[in-house]
Design a protein around this ligand. Structure first.
Ligand code: MG
Length: 251
């Protein structure tokens, strides 16, 4: 099932995709199962980012080739960092190129949205805590990342976490094609099976160190081939079984 957040006639709603339409549902993102009779054409609604997380927890260097590319040693445990809340934008929204950086890069990532309060779970339990999967772009000011000791600033400028176009709730995340495109040209191409730590292992590890709530977001790391974006560029992230997220970069 594909779950969307969307705006129609000035009101934010939640819905499910039915071919070329979206059917509105009542309730919150975590209790969205009451279908309504309100059906809209997808062309008549504005898609919003598919979740509004309180916490955005990201994983660094989680694909073997990417780890070598940016000269990090393999960690013995997942590398965690965060992004600020105002990084979240949706499909077709604009990535703002901040004045503070001169090297803005895209990172195609599988995003996982949490279904219910998650604390101290095993990898075997992880699937019970997943609301859905989405395409994510972990936009990064790479020059600031190399300059700062902590990664919070370089990852957290407003608009640095495009998500979408929706949540896919029924998906096995363990071997999906993941790609990025810059102005239509293929830039990253890998499979989630190349991750160092699997999505389920990541959820378990994170849950042993902090509690996540319904709607929170995990970014699972990017494969090799991430690269620079300039104002005017169009960047797309595509994940098998989910869809394609597209955003424009602007000063
Ligand atoms: Mg990343």
């Amino acid at each position: 099932m594909r779950v969307v957040r969307f705006k129609v006639r000035g009101i934010d709603r939640i819905g499910v995709i039915e071919e070329e339409n979206v059917r509105a549902v009542s309730g919150s993102l975590e209790t969205f199962w009451q279908l309504t009779d309100d059906v809209f054409s997808l062309t008549d609604v504005h898609l919003l980012a598919p979740c509004v997380p309180k916490q955005i927890i990201c994983v660094g260097s989680n694909y073997k080739k990417h780890s070598k590319e940016i000269t990090f040693e393999y960690a013995h445990e997942p590398i965690l960092f965060g992004k600020a809340a105002h990084t979240i934008i949706g499909m077709n929204e604009t990535i703002i190129y901040p004045n503070q950086t001169s090297r803005l890069v895209y990172e195609a990532e599988l995003g996982i949205v949490i279904k219910r309060k998650m604390h101290n779970i095993t990898p075997e339990q992880a699937h019970q805590y997943i609301l859905g999967y989405t395409c994510a772009n972990d936009v990064t000011a790479r020059d600031l990342q190399l300059q700062d000791k902590q990664w919070l600033r370089c990852k957290s400028f407003d608009t640095f976490c495009p998500l979408g176009p929706w949540l896919e709730t029924s998906l096995d995340p363990q071997d999906l094609a993941i790609k990025s495109y810059l102005n239509g040209e293929l830039k990253q191409e890998a499979r989630t099976s190349e991750m160092v730590y699997t999505p389920y292992e990541l959820l378990s590890y994170i849950s042993q160190n902090m509690t996540l709530d319904a709607g929170d977001l995990i970014l699972t790391g990017t494969p090799h081939g991430d690269g620079e974006m300039l104002p005017g560029d169009v960047v797309a992230i595509e994940i098998e079984g989910i869809g394609k997220l597209e955003n424009v970069v602007s000063k």
